[in-house]
Design a protein around this ligand. Structure first.
Ligand SMILES: NC(=O)c1ccc[n+]([C@@H]2O[C@H](COP(=O)([O-])OP(=O)(O)OC[C@H]3O[C@@H](n4cnc5c(N)ncnc54)[C@H](O)[C@@H]3O)[C@@H](O)[C@H]2O)c1
Length: 251
C-alpha cells in the first residue's frame, strides 16, 4: 500500500497500523526528515519515498518505487492535505486558492490517475480518499479547503464507476476534528491554530478525534469485509455534523 502524507499526524497512524498488520507500506510525502525517521523505525516493509502529490512525474516515480519494492500496489490512501489560512472569499488570494486545490484535489486526481494501472496490474484493490466534514457543508473563511474537499467527493464517485469492474473500490472518509499538527499548528500563512478556537465540548462525543479513530475505519474500508462498498462516504466526527447536543436545562 501507499499512504500520501504518510509521516503526518493521521498518515503515520495509518502506516504504523497497516505495518503492524503485516502489510508492506510505502510512506510517501514531502516531509523527508519525518518520513525517513518513520521508515528507519519500522524497517524494510515501510520505505520512505519522496512524493509531491501535485506533480505527476513525482507520482509516477512513487508508484514505480512501490511496485519495485513489493511487486505490486493494491491500496492507495490519498491522505496528504493542507489547510488555507482563514480568510473570507473576498480576501482570499488566488495563489492561496490554487495551492490548496493543487494539493487536496489535483493531488488526489493524480494519485488515482497514476496508481489505477498499478492496482489493475495487482488484480484489484482499494483507494481511500481522505476528505473532511468540511466537504459536506460550508465553513466561513475556509472556501479553498471546503471546495477542494467537496470536489474530492465527485472525483471519488466517478473513479468508483470507472474502476469498479477492475475490482478497484474507491471511497471517502470525512474526518471531523482530529488531534494532529493540522489543528494544533497554524496553517501556512495563518497566525492561529484551529485548536485555539475549536472546542468539542458541545458535541455528542465531546472529545477531539484521534488519528487511530480514522485508522480503524481505514483498516475496515481497505479489507475484504468491505468488498461490496464503493463510491461511499464515511463520516467520522463524534457527532460534529449533528450540531450541538443540547442538555435538558439548555434546550
Ligand atoms: N486533522 C483534522 O482535524 C482533519 C480533519 C478533516 C480532514 N483532515 C484531512 O486529513 C488528512 C491528513 O491530515 P492530518 O490531520 O494528518 O494533518 P498533518 O498536517 O499532520 O498531515 C498532512 C500531511 O500532508 C503532507 N503534505 C502536504 N503537502 C503535500 C504534498 N504537496 N505532497 C505530499 N504530501 C504533502 C504533509 O507533509 C503532512 O505529512 C488531510 O487530507 C486533511 O485535510 C484532517
Amino acid at each position: 500500500m501507499l499512504v500520501t502524507g504518510g509521516s503526518g499526524g493521521q498518515g503515520s497512524s495509518h502506516v504504523r497500523a497497516f505495518h503492524a498488520e503485516g502489510a508492506n507500506v510505502v510512506i510517501a510525502g514531502i516531509d523527508a526528515e519525518r518520513g525517513a525517521a518513520l521508515a528507519d523505525e519500522l524497517g524494510t516493509r515501510a520505505p520512505f519515498t519522496r512524493l509531491d502529490v501535485t506533480d505527476e512525474g513525482s507520482w509516477s516515480a512513487a508508484v514505480l518505487a512501490a511496485e519495485s519494492a513489493f511487486g505490486a500496489l493494491d491500496v492507495l490512501v490519498n491522505n496528504a492535505g493542507v489547510q488555507n489560512p482563514p480568510a473570507t472569499i473576498e480576501d482570499t488570494e488566488q495563489a492561496a486558492w490554487s495551492r490548496i486545490l493543487a494539493v487536496n484535489l489535483t493531488g488526489t486526481f493524480l494519485g488515482i490517475k497514476v496508481a489505477a494501472p498499478a492496482l489493475r496490474r495487482a488484480a484489484g484493490g482499494a483507494i481511500v480518499n481522505i476528505a473532511s466534514t468540511m466537504g459536506l457543508g460550508g465553513t466561513a473563511h475556509y472556501a479553498p479547503y471546503v471546495a477542494s474537499k467537496w470536489a474530492v467527493r465527485g472525483l471519488t464517485r466517478t473513479a468508483a464507476l470507472e474502476l469498479g469492474r477492475d475490482h478497484i473500490r474507491v471511497n471517502t472518509i470525512h474526518p471531523g476534528v482530529i488531534a494532529t499538527p493540522f489543528i494544533h499548528e497554524p496553517a501556512a500563512g495563518a497566525t492561529a491554530a484551529i485548536a485555539d478556537f475549536y472546542s468539542p465540548g458541545p458535541f455528542a462525543v465531546p472529545r477531539l478525534g484521534e488519528p487511530t479513530d480514522v485508522t480503524r475505519l481505514l483498516l475496515f474500508l481497505t479489507s475484504s469485509d468491505a468488498s461490496f462498498i464503493t463510491g461511499s462516504e464515511y463520516v467520522i466526527d463524534g457527532g460534529l455534523l449533528l450540531g450541538p447536543a443540547l442538555r435538558a436545562d439548555t434546550a
